[in-house]
Design a binder for this molecule. Structure first.
Ligand code: DGJ
Length: 335
């Protein structure tokens, strides 16, 4: 036992990884789960439910290739479904498995490994008591531009895939969900050739668009939306549109989630802030029970080896209604 523990300690030191018992967040480093494997939950989001955080994300396949015959840098892996990791402290993550399994048998299925599942997000519906997952569904060259929906009775699945649609009859690619304090939920997605961000109210069961939506940042080509609310104001952090390559982030503020939104500036500060520290936004997590504690979650894509993409989590700093996101080599969630 003693020998095993010193082996584990040596491993953690050698790779400076997050291992069990860790209490530091080290942006961009290798983050391992309870089994010692790099966390595979890309383009993810976090649900807090009954004392537990659940991190859902893209479960990337081991092998990255470039889609043949596609002009732009369309790197991808076989779709492995959607993974889930649970944690009480946000430092140590237990692998709960692939909670939305790919359909390996039906080559025409939206969730066949040859398709694309990206940016899955899960919210809980208090009325139906279902966990509802939305995700970007695409084909090998991203021309399908649809959104898929899955449901489960438990946060750790298994989720049942319902199907996909073009919400409000429009293309949808990068996306997120936002559940507001009044129980209303919104689907936020890049549309119209990724040029315009739609904010679409969902039905009461969260399974379909209600038909009420707004068009935002028209013609500005914003991707990777992440939404949060503080002191009655809504914030939307987005990236520009440059495939897997990093670009400059921007945040916007609104009094209503459906807009109008006022674009402010790039919130990132420090080295490589103009490239979002080589990351791209995916989610903002309000830490439960801690006031003004919001974690900005970015993916640091490795386009040549997507499964080895890393995670950059940084605390958001507030000055009045303004935000900044300074780089940190490592940090702790405030006590
Ligand atoms: C940028 C998006 O934000 C990612 O989720 C992914 O779709 C890549 N484009 C694909 O190039």
């Amino acid at each position: 036992m003693k020998r095993f523990l010193s082996f584990v300690t040596a491993l953690c030191v050698a790779h400076s990884i997050n291992c069990l018992g860790n209490n530091l967040i080290k942006p961009g480093e290798l983050w391992t789960d309870n089994t010692g494997v790099h966390i595979n939950a890309h383009g993810g989001g976090i649900l807090y439910h009954e004392g537990m955080y659940y991190w859902y994300g893209e479960y990337k396949g081991a092998y990255t290739y470039r889609a043949p015959g596609v002009g732009w840098e369309c790197y991808r892996t076989e779709t492995g479904g959607v993974s889930c990791y649970s944690s009480k402290d946000l430092y140590n993550w237990n692998f709960e498995g692939v909670v939305l399994q790919p359909d390996t048998l039906n080559p025409h299925s939206d969730i066949h490994p040859s398709m694309v599942i990206e940016r899955p997000k899960v919210i809980y519906n208090d009325k139906t008591r279902k966990f509802v997952m939305w995700m970007h569904i695409d084909n090998y060259n991203y021309s399908k531009a649809a959104s898929g929906v899955a449901v489960s009775d438990s946060p750790t699945g298994k989720f049942t895939y319902i199907g996909s649609m073009r919400p409000n009859g429009q293309e949808s690619r990068d996306m997120t969900l936002y559940k507001d304090d009044d129980g209303k939920a919104y689907h936020i997605y890049s549309s119209e050739g990724n040029s315009t961000l739609y904010i679409s109210l969902l039905n009461d069961d969260y399974l379909a668009p209600s038909g009420k939506y707004t068009r935002n940042f028209i013609g500005k080509s914003r991707e990777a939306p992440a939404i949060f609310k503080r002191n009655g104001k809504y914030y939307c952090v987005t990236s520009g549109c440059s495939g897997w390559s990093p670009n400059e982030a921007e945040y916007a503020i609104a009094d209503h989630i459906t807009g109008p939104w006022t674009a402010i500036e790039n919130p990132c500060r420090g080295k490589d802030a103009d490239k979002t520290f080589y990351g791209q936004s995916t989610f903002v997590l309000p830490v439960v029970g801690k006031s003004d504690c919001y974690i900005m979650m970015f993916d640091k894509w490795n386009k040549n080896h997507l499964i080895d993409s890393r995670y950059i989590w940084l605390p958001i700093q507030f000055s009045g209604d303004s935000i900044t996101i300074p780089w940190r080599e490592e940090w702790k969630i405030p006590e």
